[in-house]
Write a protein that binds this ligand. Structure first.
Ligand SMILES: N[C@@H](CCC(=O)N[C@@H](CS)C(=O)NCC(=O)O)C(=O)O
Length: 213
């Protein structure tokens, strides 16, 4: 007879493990983790973080000073978002990251592309947030914007499947971030991606629950 399954947020050792996520509501990388946890049925405790505050403990929890960071009960800290999603998936029964090699590497690649798009979008926001007025470098902003455009074009030309994977969660989070910070301009000219996101929303109620306006 098989042993009973351990609870989803239990460590393989069986110890109870409240997972705490250092977070900020607008972060697309935090949203990825929250969506993964919701899909897998793993409760997360959200701990606000201010990455602009040098006294915030995030810089000791993650030497890179970035969120998301997942605080485990034993004092271990996991980052960055692909690692956290993989860990949650491991706890939740490996439902997000496919095992079959072709599907696995397609999902990992989609996650990398979506995260890269979110990174390039974020760098444009940071160029305004962290450089004094009038010091922004337009060629740098254009370079980042071109990465986002090319990623959107390649996804529109070859839309991902509707499978609920780590890649799908990353893409929904990245598109949500473009909606939040770039007024949803990506939507024009990318009807297949718009339809893809609508289908994702219908499947994952946590997407609406984590929307920041
Ligand atoms: N590759 C990282 C990116 C994380 C990231 O860039 N987080 C932003 C917030 S959305 C951050 O913490 N920025 C603060 C900083 O760069 O100092 C991941 O996937 O988790």
């Amino acid at each position: 007879m098989r042993p009973p399954k351990s609870p989803r947020n239990a460590h393989p050792s069986g110890a109870a493990m409240p997972l705490r996520l250092r977070h900020s509501p607008a972060s697309p990388f935090v949203r990825k983790c929250r969506l993964a946890a919701a899909v897998l049925g793993i409760p997360l405790e959200l701990e606000p973080c201010d990455t602009t505050d040098p006294t915030d403990s995030i810089s000791t929890q993650n030497p890179l000073g970035k969120i998301p960071a997942l605080l485990l009960e034993d004092g271990e800290v996991l980052f960055d978002s692909p690692v956290i999603v993989a860990y949650l998936d491991h706890l939740g029964g490996n439902k997000l990251i496919p095992a079959e090699p072709k599907a696995r590497f397609a999902a990992l690649k989609l996650e990398a592309l979506a995260d890269g798009m979110a990174d390039a979008a974020l760098l444009q926001i940071y160029e305004h947030r962290y450089r004094p007025e009038g010091m922004q470098v337009q060629s740098w902003l254009d370079k980042q914007a071109a990465k986002v455009s090319r990623a959107l074009e390649s996804l529109e030309a070859n839309p991902p499947s509707e499978a609920l994977t780590n890649g799908a969660i990353a893409l929904a989070s990245a598109l949500g971030y473009l909606d939040l910070r770039f007024k949803g301009e990506w939507r024009s000219g990318h009807p297949k991606l718009v339809a893809w996101l609508e289908a994702f929303k219908a499947k994952v109620p946590a997407f609406a629950e984590t929307t920041v306006v």
